[in-house]
Design a protein around this ligand. Sequence first.
Ligand code: ADP
Length: 496
Amino acid sequence: MTPMPYILSLDEGTTSARAALYDEAGRAVAMESAPIDCHYPHAGWVEQDAEQIWRAQLDAARRTLAKAGASPSSVVAIGITNQRETTVVWDRATGAPVAPAIVWQCRRTAEYCNELARSPQAAGIVRTTGLVIDAYFSASKIRWILETVPGARERARNGELLFGNIDTWLIWKLSNGGAHVTDPSNASRTMLMNLATGDWDDAMLQVFDVPRAMLPAIVPSSAVSGTAAPEHLGASIPIAGIAGDQQAALAGQACFRAGLSKNTYGTGCFALLHTGGRAPVSQNRLLATRAASANAHAQFAIEGSVFIAGAAIQWLRDQLGVIQTAAESEALAASVPDNGGVYFVPAFVGLGAPHWDSAARGLIGGITRATGRAHLVRAALESIAFQTAELVEAMEADSGERLSELRVDGGAAVNNFLMQFQADILGYPIVRPADVETTALGAAYLAGLATGFWKNVAEVESFWRAERRFEPGLDAPQRRRLIGEWKAAVARCRQA
Ligand code: ADP
C-alpha cells in the first residue's frame, strides 16, 4: 500500500516555530510547535538566536511527522512561512551567524531611519519600495550589522557573508547551504527590492550600503527552490513554497485574486487587500507589498497594520486585572446593551495607519458613575473593530473599490462579539473560516501547487470553508454616530 502523501508546512513565528502536515484534502493531520526566546539587551532592542530558531523549527517538524505517523518519504514538498523583516547575517563557509538576529520589532535603527526619512532620498525610497521609511524593515538592520561587526562590510563585499530573512536562513540550513533564496513577498519587506520589477534595486543597495553579493536570489513563491537534505527530516524533500507570514495568511484564506482581503486579529491587526497584477501606490500611507503568487506572475497587495489590538485585552487582564482571561471579554461585553458612551483608544505606542502619530498616547473617555468593567471591556473590543475600520477605509480609498466581505483569522477572531461588532461597523459581512491556521495553510498551498499535489488555485479555493458569517446589523445613521464618536476620541488622544 502506498502511504498517504502530505505537504509539510514550516511556520516560523516571532514566539514559536510551528510545523503542520496537510493531506490532499487540505486538512491538517498534525501540528506541533517549539518556543523561541526573545532577548532585550537595551530598551527598544529585540534579538533572537538564529541557531535556536533553526533547532526549534527542526524539532517541531520532526515531532509533527512522528505524531502523524508519517514516513518522511511521504512528504511531497515543504512550504515555509516566517516572521518577516527579521535579519540574519552569517558566514558562508562556517554557517555561523556573525551577530544575533535583529527582530522586526527592534528599534535600534530608528534614529538612522528618521534622518533618512527627512533626507532628499526619502521620496525615491518610498516610490521604489512601496514602504514607509522605518526601522521595521530589514535594510537598516543589515546596515547596522555591517557597520558594527568588525570587517563585516568587507567580507560581505567579497561574498563571504550572506544575508537572509528567516525563510532564507531556514532554507539554507535545510539544504546544507545548497540554496540561498527568498521570495518576492519577503524581499518586498527588506526595503531593498524594487516593488515593480521584483529585483534588488541598485539605488537602494547604494543608500543602505548593502553589497549585492550577500543577497539571496529572489525566486517565485510557488516553485521548487531547493531540497532539504535527508539527514534533517529523514528524506530528500523539495522546498517548493515560500511566503512571509501575512502574505501566507492571505493565501491560506484563498485570497488569490484582486479585491479579496483578510484581517488577522492578534496582538495587533494585519489587514491585506489583494490588488492583482497591479502595483498599488498608497495615498494613505499604507504599505504596498508583494502578495505570494501561485504562478510566475507578480501579484500585489496593500497592507495596513494596527499596533495594539488583542494587546488591549491583554492589558485589561494583566495590568488592570479587570478580567481573568481574554475569552471572558466576550460574555462581559455582551452583558451590556452598548458601550455606555465609553471609548478606549489604545494608542500605547502611538497610532499606526492611517494616522502615523508616534506621539499619541492611550485614552479612555466618556466615563460616568454608571460605567462598569463591562463597559470598559466592551470599549476595548470595540476599539479593535474601529481601528480595523479605519484601515479598511484607507484601503478602499487607495484601491478605489468598496470591499464586499472581510475574511478573518488570528487569536482574537474567535471572539463572536468582536466579529459581530466588526460587521456592524464596516457595514458588510465578516467571514470566519473553519481552518484559522491560515499562515501554515498558505505556505502549504504554495508548495502543493508548485509540485502538482494540488492541480490549480481553483482546487485550493474549494477547500476554503466558512465556519461562521457575521452579517451587519446596524443601520447607517447608528453606524455613522458610533464612528463619529470614535473619531472624536482619536482626535482627543492625539492632542494628549
Ligand atoms: P500573536 O500571533 O500576535 O501572538 P494571536 O493570534 O495568538 O497573537 O492572538 C493573541 C491575542 O488575541 C492576544 O493579544 C489576546 O489578548 C487576544 N485574544 C485571545 N483570545 C481572545 C478572545 N477570546 N477575545 C479577545 N481577544 C482575544
